[in-house]
Ligand binder design. Structure first.
Ligand code: NAD
Length: 471
């Protein structure tokens, strides 16, 4: 499409878009486009998701049912499993999963399948934008080249290709699709101009870069940066406990530096579809060119150790109460990988649950966002409602996700013992609480210490007392 014609089609919203993959990334993107006035066909192979959307029922947090219903009623959004909907599309956005293979390598089979699905239906002049997170070179090798090979077209002439990573922060109230700056790289200058004009028409800020590989690498680097820094703080946590230093207070103090610092916090491990996976895509791509990325490997190993460390500590805490883990009743508070979301993918709480169950404990979970989860053997585990009875039932409550909806005071009032891996109980009074990263061997407090402690909003005196008891 000529730039002049394109500007008109953008201005009068006559462009038609298809979004392939209606998950956590694809559905919000499709909704954003439709809300901007574009007609959007959402295509997913999951018949259940398509049926739910057709019934006006959203399954993604942050996308309200009424929004889906109203966009559908206006004819701006339709959901289908049928790839022939691509035939009318001027713009095709691919948002399919990019997990790891069982051998811990990039699995881009979903991208390959999506490209294979759209190719026979593409119309000349269309723009294909890959949004799935992936290693540098994917857009060139697995989008542009197969389409050129199958159609005989030339990129930048009969069709256009861009890569634009999704950077959505699930559960964030501050940043969504619209106000998160959008990086985009094109296979050619005209591809980039097309993609920039389209996204620029409904998103606040576009960040054009010189190539699809720069855009691919930028996304991987962002999440690698997080993984490495989380690993650093996870490694420091037991060292601080041993040194008698409260790491949460250290991190809060460090975070007051107004420049050159960004806080990361310890926890039971990393989860979601990004932090545990994206760095592996980057190291795999570097390795195939002969470069080894040591930081990524170390960070990955350190973060993946965390559930085991949490379990080891839980076993130790039970032993202090004279209970063997095989005889223990344990409640995991929170299964989602992160606060206030319902996403279980790669959640460290799943590992904690599995390890404690394997050790013979009776483990149950409660989570305001997650009603059920499926174990590796296919068994469905139902969430227990959070209640004073549930907390009192357990020999140990482990806070694995710091959801806002938990009543931490009620938990502290009724639980025999709490192991808080998220520092979620910081403003709770009383209770038998051990916080990950609180000193394991704190010195006996002097009167001055007690006065300082009273002034601190971070730690209740009871928590410090409890940490003393741990040593
Ligand atoms: N979830 C996040 O927070 C997040 C953030 C940024 C980037 N990403 C990246 O975005 C991509 C998508 O992630 P997601 O979280 O939306 O995954 P998801 O699993 O929630 O959604 C992917 C959807 O694609 C569908 N699908 C799979 N193969 C398909 C095919 N051939 N044709 C049509 N539909 C198909 C699935 O049924 C599913 O509904 C991944 O590359 C991920 O790394 C995710």
């Amino acid at each position: 499409m000529e730039m002049e014609g394109l500007q008109d089609s953008i201005h009068n919203r006559s462009l038609l878009a298809a979004v392939i993959g209606l998950g956590y990334v694809g559905l919000p993107m499709a909704v954003e486009m439709a809300q901007a006035g574009y007609r959007v066909h959402g295509i997913d192979i999951d018949t259940l998701k398509v049926a739910r959307l057709r019934a006006g029922d959203s399954y993604v947090i942050g996308i309200e049912d009424q929004v889906v219903q109203s966009l559908t009623a206006k004819g701006l959004f339709t959901a289908t499993t049928d790839y022939t909907a691509v035939a009318k599309a001027d713009i095709v956005v691919i948002c399919v999963p990019t997990p790891l293979t069982p051998g811990h390598q990039p699995d881009i089979s979903y991208i390959a399948a999506a490209v294979e699905g759209i190719t026979p239906h593409l119309k000349q002049g269309s723009l294909i934008i890959l949004e799935s997170t992936t290693y540098p070179g994917t857009t060139e090798e697995h989008v542009k080249q197969p389409i050129e090979a199958a159609t005989g077209w030339t990129v930048g002439k009969q069709f256009h290709v861009c890569y634009s990573p999704e950077r959505v922060d699930p559960g964030s109230v501050n940043y969504g699709v619209k106000n998160t700056p959008k990086i985009i790289g094109g296979a050619t200058a005209s591809c980039l101009a097309y993609g920039t004009a389209f996204y620029g028409s409904f998103l606040n800020e576009i960040v054009p870069v010189s190539s699809t590989t720069v855009a691919e690498t930028a996304k991987l680097f962002e999440n690698t940066f997080r993984s490495v820094n989380i690993a650093l703080v996870n490694e420091l946590t037991p060292a601080c406990e041993q040194m008698g230093v409260n790491i949460w207070e250290v991190l809060d103090a460090a975070a007051t530096k107004p420049f050159g610092y960004m806080p990361f916090y310890p926890g039971p491990g990393i989860g979601g579809h990004c932090i545990p996976i994206d760095p592996i895509y980057l190291s795999w791509a570097a390795e195939r060119q002969g470069s080894e990325l040591q930081f990524i490997k170390l960070a990955d190993a350190t973060n993946r150790e965390m559930p085991e460390r949490v379990v080891a500590r839980a076993v130790e805490l039970l032993m202090q109460s004279g209970i063997f883990v095989k005889d223990a009743r344990i409640v995991l508070a929170g299964m989602a990988y992160k606060k206030d979301i319902d996403d279980l993918r790669e959640s460290p709480a799943l590992d904690v649950f599995r390890l404690l169950s394997a050790a013979g404990a009776e483990v149950v979970f409660t989570d305001p966002m997650v009603p059920v989860f499926r174990k590796d053997d296919g068994t469905i585990i139902q969430a227990q409602p959070a209640s004073p009875e549930l907390w009192a039932w357990a020999d140990l409550v482990i806070i694995t996700t710091d959801h806002s909806a938990f009543d931490y005071q009620e938990m502290a009032d009724h639980a025999k013992r709490i192991f808080d891996t998220r520092n979620a109980t910081q403003s709770v009074h009383g209770g038998n609480i051990v916080v990950l990263g609180h000193p394991a061997y704190a010195p006996i407090p002097t009167e001055t210490d007690i006065e300082i402690e009273k002034m601190s909003t971070r730690n209740s005196p009871e928590q410090v007392g409890d940490s003393d008891g741990e040593s």
